[in-house]
Design a protein around this ligand. Structure first.
Ligand code: IPE
Ligand code: IPE
Ligand code: MG
Length: 241
């Protein structure tokens, strides 16, 4: 019988991991705490998982921090999430110390000026890092990203730089936020939901999906290990045999 390995094979790590950091609200509700308390602990989990990915040698990690749809939430909650992000970025020095290269993906235009400034500083301050490439998806939507790419390409057509016949998958991949990065090998969603919620929809065409009932604030490096071990048992065919 096929023997399932019980430890991570560090020679065959996924290159790019995507995580939908979900379940903060339910974590708080279970403890009769305000939802924002779940986001606070969720932010800690984010730091520890990013650090762990960097430590074991993952090349790319994309975390879903705030979707284009999350503006529907009460203003207090949105403000609390933005404040947590700010606190994280004020700590931007850590990125350098930890050799993590940070990049934000999403439509950053509606964010406050101070948040935009902090984002710029963290990206510039970590630009030379050679460790983990950390993408933080903020005001990110996969559909919105495709619209963004379509507009960029349409402008080039209008200016006569390219012809419509030249548009191909490679060009679209080259005009989305993750241009030049590998597609995610595995997408992890904790919290017991089995959906993509507009995360990396173009890039995940051949990603492996991994779900868990653990709520994001409770998610530990050992849970990431479980996802990686499962991933390493799978047979990816990409349409071949
Ligand atoms: C994920 O946790 C964080 C964001 C979407 C910003 P949720 O806040 O969605 O937690 P649940 O799904 O309500 O438990
Ligand atoms: C997805 O979680 C977005 C983030 C984790 C940032 P949601 O909680 O917003 O997704 P739905 O509403 O359950 O699909
Ligand atoms: Mg949720």
């Amino acid at each position: 019988m096929f023997k399932k390995s019980i430890s991570v094979d560090f020679e065959r790590l996924p290159k790019h991991i995507g995580i939908i950091m979900d379940g903060n609200g339910r974590w708080a509700k279970k403890r009769k705490l305000p939802r924002t308390a779940g986001h606070t602990v969720g932010a800690k989990t984010f730091k520890s998982i990013a650090r762990y990915c960097n430590k074991i040698g993952i090349e790319y990690l994309t975390v879903y921090a705030f979707s284009t749809e999350n503006w529907k939430r009460p203003k207090d909650e949105v403000d609390a999430i933005m404040k947590l992000l700010k606190d994280y970025l004020v700590d931007a020095k850590n990125f350098k110390d930890e050799n993590i290269k940070v990049k934000f993906i999403g439509d950053l235009s509606p964010l406050s000026d101070d948040l935009k400034q902090l984002i710029k500083e963290s990206e510039e301050g970590s630009a030379d890092a050679t460790g983990l490439n950390l993408n933080i998806a903020l005001n990110y939507g996969g559909r919105d990203e495709i619209v963004y790419a379509a507009k960029k390409i349409a402008k080039k057509v209008k200016e006569g730089i390219i012809s419509p016949d030249e548009i191909d998958e490679k060009m679209i991949s080259g005009n989305i936020y993750t241009a030049s990065q590998p597609n995610p090998d595995i997408i992890i969603r904790p919290s017991g939901e089995y959906r993509i919620s507009n995360f990396l929809i173009w890039q995940s065409a051949y990603s492996e999906f991994w779900y868990s009932d653990v709520l994001w604030p409770d998610f530990k490096p050992k849970d990431l290990d479980r996802a990686i071990i499962d991933f390493q048992q799978r047979n990816r065919r990409f349409g071949g045999i």
